[in-house]
Design a protein around this ligand. Structure first.
Ligand code: AG3
Length: 279
């Protein structure tokens, strides 16, 4: 039996049986692996860290996108940093938004995801409201003059080049591109163990946004089966408004989701509070 093994810390790893290696290649930015597994279906890993699986990517994408969308209630312009597989794009486009701009550094992630995971993005890349830029978001944000209602950081973990996306300088650039009622959500690491890097990430986010609205998404294929998501609102609004408000907004839009609903939205915030690590 072949296994894909992901090591999160020395002394802790998680492994998944692999039935077929579909692709392995080193791009200019990272190592891409796509393989078939009996438990999760097709899997995409970047630099040995699982990013999406056929079976559970919807949980991550729905919780990253719909939580701030419904908390805000009137998002028109969205910026996605990373997100090359198109999963966030697809969820964002389920809302009556005006534009979704996606800035992904690695064109090969977009091309290979479209080829091997067509169901993750669906028709999102063809949507008139979608603007796909192959660019370094760190640089892009320094030059872009537009403002957004919602910025989603759908990045890899803070290792190597992506570490720049967890710095105070980067959050500062995001801050300047958000409208007064704008919101931001980042992928906040997996799992919510207290480490040097998660503490540093929390500090830099806090120093720019003055708040840590953290919540949890249960994603079985990620280390320890979960991922922390971290949000902030420019106006100091809660990303988890009362359930009646969420319900009213969800009912009005009638979008199709498989995991997200008002109950999972609210519950996610009860599991992890204000940057406090679980362990
Ligand atoms: N981006 C966040 C994945 C983090 C996974 N971490 C790990 N396996 N250690 C996912 C991108 C999906 N659009």
């Amino acid at each position: 039996m072949k296994w894909f093994q992901e090591e999160l810390y020395p002394g802790f790893s998680q492994r998944i049986a692999v039935t077929d290696c579909l692709l392995e290649r080193q791009t200019q930015f990272q190592k891409i692996q796509i393989f078939e597994t009996p438990v999760f279906g097709k899997v995409l890993a970047l630099d040995n860290a699982i990013q999406i699986t056929e079976r559970d990517n919807h949980i991550y994408h729905e919780m990253l996108v719909h939580v701030p969308m419904f908390a805000h209630g009137d998002v028109k312009d969205v910026l996605i940093v990373g997100g090359g597989d198109g999963g966030c794009l697809r969820e964002a486009l389920k809302h009556p938004v005006v534009s979704v701009t996606m800035v992904e550094i690695d064109s090969e992630v977009v091309e290979l995801s479209r080829r091997f995971f067509p169901e993750v993005s669906g028709d999102a890349f063809l949507d008139d409201r979608a603007d796909i830029l192959i660019d370094d978001a760190y640089r892009y944000l320094a030059e872009e003059k537009r403002r957004f209602d919602l910025i989603l950081i759908d990045s890899t973990d803070p290792v190597g080049d992506a570490a720049r996306l967890f710095t105070e300088e980067f959050y500062q650039r995001c801050f300047l591109r958000l409208r007064g009622s704008g919101m931001i959500v980042i992928q906040g690491g997996s799992p919510p163990f207290r480490t040097e890097s998660t503490e540093a990430g929390a500090r830099s986010f806090m120093s720019v946004f003055g708040q840590l609205q953290d919540y949890i998404a249960p994603v079985p294929s990620y280390p320890m089966g979960m991922i922390a998501l971290r949000g902030a609102s420019m106006a100091g609004d809660s990303l988890s408004p009362c359930i009646a408000t969420i319900r009213a907004r969800v009912e009005k839009q009638a979008i199709t989701t498989r995991y997200y609903e008002p109950g999972t939205h609210r519950a996610a915030f009860e599991l992890l509070r204000g940057g406090r690590a679980m362990v």
